[in-house]
Design a protein around this ligand. Structure first.
Ligand code: NCD
Length: 305
């Protein structure tokens, strides 16, 4: 029995397989409509979510399965003091697979040890978010036709943005990746990501505070929101929240084939006037995310079409 806690739990070949399955589901949805009949997904969300939870739930429903769960900690027994481990063991008696989002780093890992069913990390604190990375990778693969040989700009809150950490981890396994990390000094990537991934794997990188300076070089621009809920101090958040705002003017110097991604939700960091630019891929990313979660659920439940 397998869980997905970190993107490293999947090999590059397995990621290719998930992308291929997701592409096939998009082309032939009827072939998959009954794959998970009589199977149940539990979504245990201790933190706010729109896309990730509804994406998982839609994915399971479109596979013919059903869904149970909660969308806020206050409505679960954690409000009575129950441990993550006991909650997971309990839910594992009801559901065949669990997707969990939790504000504490490592909570889905703890859950996976006691649940007795596969657990998917749907975001743990400021740490990881592997299924968002799957959505990011399928989007890059469909837009660019490849996952290696490109310059990837990561812009915004690189310190607390968990999707950035998982994406760096995933992309740095492909040849020819260069990262350009664009953030205020206070929001640079955590030391463990720099040491254990970028430096250890000798990945070329460049750090800057200026998006304009590097725009022309980028093949992918991955924008992120400043993660208000992880700040200790509201004044710092207010000072940093509008550090970067992508506008049509800033895209003038960008490549024609640039792909702009964002895990969403956006606050101010991409002007809505960018949405109609053919390079804006963030709503496609939402759609593809559902199909690759379908592929992932099938893989972890070991079902075929
Ligand atoms: C992201 C998250 O929850 O980390 N959202 C998502 O799952 N698509 C990004 C964010 O909240 O900024």
């Amino acid at each position: 029995m397998r869980s997905l806690i970190s993107i490293h739990d999947l090999s590059p070949d397995e990621i290719d397989g998930l992308i291929a399955t997701a592409n096939d589901i998009m082309a032939n949805p009827d072939d998959y409509a009954d794959c998970c009949r009589r199977k149940k997904l539990a979504t245990l969300f201790y933190e706010p979510s729109t896309r990730t939870r509804l994406s998982f739930e839609s994915a399971m429903l479109e596979l013919g399965g059903s869904v149970i769960g909660f969308s806020e900690a206050t409505s679960s027994s954690s409000a009575k003091g129950e441990s993550v481990s006991d909650t997971a063991r309990t839910v594992g008696c009801f559901a065949d697979i669990i997707a969990m989002r939790h504000p504490k780093e490592g909570a889905p890992l703890v859950a996976s040890i006691s649940a007795g069913v596969p657990v998917i990390n749907a975001g743990d604190g400021g740490h990881n978010h592997p299924t968002q990375t799957l959505a990011d990778l399928i989007t890059i693969s469909r837009e660019k036709g490849r996952l290696g040989n490109m310059t990837v700009g990561l812009c915004g809150d690189l310190k607390f943005g968990r999707t950035v950490h998982s994406l760096i981890d995933a992309l740095s396994r492909y040849a020819g990746i260069k990262f350009i990390m664009i953030s205020p000094d206070e929001l640079t990537i955590p030391d463990y990501v720099m040491q254990d991934i970028i430096l250890k794997r000798n990945i070329p990188y460049y750090e800057t505070g200026s998006l304009e300076e590097v725009m022309h070089e980028l093949d992918i621009l991955y924008m992120t929101r400043v993660q208000r809920e992880r700040f200790f101090n509201e004044a710092d958040y207010i000072r940093l929240k509008d550090s970067y705002v992508l506008t049509p003017e800033k895209l003038i110097s960008a490549k024609k084939e640039l792909a702009v991604l964002h895990p969403l939700p956006r606050v101010n960091e991409i002007s809505t006037s960018v949405d109609d630019d053919p390079r804006a891929c963030y709503f496609k990313q939402v759609l593809y995310g559902k199909f690759i979660r379908m592929a992932l659920i099938m893989m972890l439940l070991e079902v075929n079409k």
